[in-house]
Design a protein around this ligand. Structure first.
Ligand code: C5P
Length: 299
């Protein structure tokens, strides 16, 4: 067996929600979801190494806590607890994904720590076990571990992988406002939901390569709730449509809005225009079989 490495560097891709439906409020305070999640090649970079004392997390972003409040810190502790080991761990995060923006930035860092430490410590936990540990840290963490495209149910932790023949070209635009997921869910009134996604149409469109079907089925029931808290969501969606987006919709609990474009060139052109209006605009594509190598150029 090759010796275990002492340091692992992993890209941690963001996710978008192509559909998000809330079916019920649960007795545990969470909500029963049906959501199609899809990884894109906007990445944080996470380096995990062994050594020193305790768990230390460093982030190159002033708005992100480095200690126990960071999901990456919680992930390191949870994995070591499951493995029954105590070890000094150092995590260094280069943040590229906007924070508290509906893109699972914190969850994907936690997922990278779980995967990295699993290898560094030679734990050999399989994917379901890693996902179960991830679910104790956050509802989006299991998807960030499994990756690709999936229908998520329950709190978001029950995953069914979806086949896709499409490479999506998206422009993500994040207004300079952080939104609390908890607050958005607290404001949601289930009996006020008017439009729900057609997840069957989106899943079929992804499987058959029918982008129009994907766009037609996309909907996020949290979008009106976040728009009431942050009106820029509607403004950004309107601007994306004006720049040629086939569909513009909020991701997760927001406030990031994604525009769907037919081609990479169109997305890049629209992104350049959106940047004049909102600094945090990114032209991205599906985190694909090429391993999303484009993301390995931090900017
Ligand atoms: O699981 P996570 O910590 O990411 O969730 C953050 C908050 O979002 C929860 O405390 C809860 O208020 C809300 N939430 C929910 N139902 C879900 C996922 C999240 O109500 N399925």
């Amino acid at each position: 067996m090759p010796p275990s490495p002492e340091c692992i560097a992993l890209p941690a891709p963001a996710k978008v929600n192509l559909t998000l439906d809330v079916l019920a409020r649960r007795p545990d305070g969470y909500h029963e979801l049906e959501t199609i999640m899809h990884q894109v090649d906007l990445c944080d970079f996470v380096e995990v190494s062994l050594g020193g004392e305790g768990v230390r997390v460093e982030v190159d972003h002033p708005g992100v806590p480095g200690g126990e409040a960071n999901l990456a810190w919680q992930a390191a502790r949870a994995l070591m607890e499951a493995a029954g080991v105590t070890q000094g761990v150092r995590v260094s995060i280069a943040k590229r994904i906007p924070v508290a923006a509906g893109l699972a930035g914190g969850s994907t860092d936690a997922a990278a720590v779980l995967k990295g430490l699993n290898r560094l410590l030679g734990c050999d936990f399989d994917l379901p076990r890693l996902c179960a540990i991830g679910a104790t840290i956050g509802s989006d963490v299991p998807f960030c571990i499994a990756g690709g495209t999936a229908l998520a149910r329950g709190r978001g932790e029950r995953l069914e992988p979806l086949a896709t023949r499409l490479t999506l070209h998206l422009v993500l635009v994040t207004p300079p406002v952080q939104v609390s997921t908890r607050e958005v869910y607290a404001h949601l009134q289930l009996d006020a939901i008017r439009r729900r996604p057609d997840r069957g149409a989106v899943a079929r469109g992804l499987a058959t390569g029918d982008l129009a079907a994907v766009c037609a089925g996309m909907e996020n029931v949290l979008e009106p709730v976040t728009t009431a808290l942050c009106p820029q969501v509607a403004e950004i969606a309107e601007r994306l449509r004006r720049e040629g987006a086939l569909r513009a919709m909020m991701s997760g609990s927001g406030p990031t809005v994604m525009g769907v474009f037919a081609e990479a060139g169109e997305a890049q052109r629209a992104c350049a225009i959106m940047k004049q209006y909102c600094h945090a605009a990114f032209a991205v594509k599906s985190w694909g079989e090429d391993g999303g190598l484009a993301c390995l150029k931090p900017s």
